[in-house]
Design a protein around this ligand. Structure first.
Ligand SMILES: NC(=O)c1ccc[n+]([C@@H]2O[C@H](COP(=O)([O-])OP(=O)(O)OC[C@H]3O[C@@H](n4cnc5c(N)ncnc54)[C@H](OP(=O)(O)O)[C@@H]3O)[C@@H](O)[C@H]2O)c1
Length: 322
């Protein structure tokens, strides 16, 4: 029988919203767990037809409440992740290691058909990053507690709802020069959010129990090339200035004081490592889901918001006014 009830943590984020849309369209019902129903409920409600989404507010460490949710679930997906630590419980260890460990134990206890967890690419290599270490420890816990779990390790994920391409376009728009670290040579394989969502859906609907799957886009692009492509797309000329590491560390230390830091020292360490398929694990292509979307073509669909003239700079409008 088809597993129908999917319990999702982190569904208000970029990937979560896309996954909820895909699942509800395909007749799965979703229990969407959020920390703040007043803020996120309005977004979550619109992701599927009435009756397909049940929104629950919960503290992720309220084990009694979370335990109850598992009783009605067939599948669990964990999409909760943070890029920097904050005060109180928002540590890498709590979010990336302890919480996934609890979820995988509950998946086992409740005989769930599947547990899908979003980790990150390159975490074996990035040995000096606390983010990477916590993600790796989380993976180990999961595989120990629920060997049937499938762990997806995406490279950087982009879409109109991301905080990657959109944030860079905002910064490139405003700053006359832009710092690049490690000479901009770090390689990425950006994957479009809808390609990643299709992979997640494929894993669920075809019951794929592969321990680790690396999820990459169709192109390998360096950090500098990504910025150059974005500059071209928003039709701006900016100086991309190689930033010496000591200076980058000082600026990251200052950014860390901000509530939403642009860069942290841990992210700086992570940026040193290429973020591409390692060749040691299966990839999305190996499970029959090669990425179809190319960076430039996809970003072109929304980059006009950062171009002079906004939508009036797009071909649709210029062809009319000419
Ligand atoms: N985006 C990428 O480029 C990328 C690349 C590699 C791996 N990943 C991984 O993929 C997963 C999803 O990424 P995303 O881009 O969709 O993330 P996102 O947009 O930042 O969303 C993160 C989600 O995590 C939840 N969350 C954050 N801190 C929380 C906390 N302290 N307690 C409870 N919930 C918390 C938020 O839910 P509420 O606010 O609703 O509670 C939000 O829905 C993450 O594990 C991330 O590490 C992402």
């Amino acid at each position: 029988m088809k597993a129908k009830n999917v319990l999702i943590f982190g569904c208000s984020g970029q990937i979560g919203r896309s996954v909820v849309r895909k699942l509800t369209k395909n007749n799965y019902t979703v229990t969407a767990v959020t920390r703040n129903i007043h803020q996120k409920g309005i977004i979550l409600k619109t992701l599927g037809n009435a009756g397909f989404i049940n929104i629950v507010e919960a503290n992720i460490f309220d084990e009694k409440k979370i335990r109850e949710l598992f009783k009605r679930a067939d599948i669990c997906i964990n999409l909760i992740g943070i890029l920097y630590e904050q005060k109180k419980g928002n540590t890498f260890k709590n979010i990336h290691t302890i919480f996934p460990s609890i979820l995988s134990k509950l998946s086992k206890e409740n005989n769930l058909k599947h547990f899908i967890h979003l980790s990150a690419l390159g975490i074996n290599e990035a040995v000096d990053s606390n983010y990477a270490k916590s993600k790796l420890e989380g993976e180990n816990e999961i595989l120990k507690n629920f060997p049937l779990a499938t762990i997806l390790r995406p490279s950087v994920v982009y879409s109109v709802e991301d905080s990657f391409s959109t944030s860079f376009m905002t910064l490139l728009n405003r700053l006359p020069l832009f710092p690049i670290y490690y000479n901009g040579k770090t390689k990425f394989a950006p994957i479009n959010c809808s390609d990643l969502t299709d992979t997640i859906y494929h894993v669920i609907s075809n019951k794929i129990y592969s321990k680790i799957i690396e999820c990459v886009g169709p192109e390998v692009i360096t950090f500098k090339e990504i910025l150059e492509r974005l500059l071209k797309l928003i039709d701006k000329k900016r100086i991309l200035l190689p930033c010496p590491l000591p200076l980058a560390e000082v600026s990251a230390r200052i950014f860390e004081i901000m509530p939403k830091p642009l860069l942290t020292r841990d992210q700086l360490r992570l940026l040193k490592y290429d973020n591409i398929a390692s060749g040691k694990y299966k990839t999305n292509s190996d499970i029959g889901m090669p990425s179809k979307k190319y960076f430039n073509e996809e970003v072109k669909k929304y980059c006009h918001m950062w171009r002079d003239g906004g939508q009036f700079s797009t071909e649709k409008y210029t062809s009319v006014s000419e």
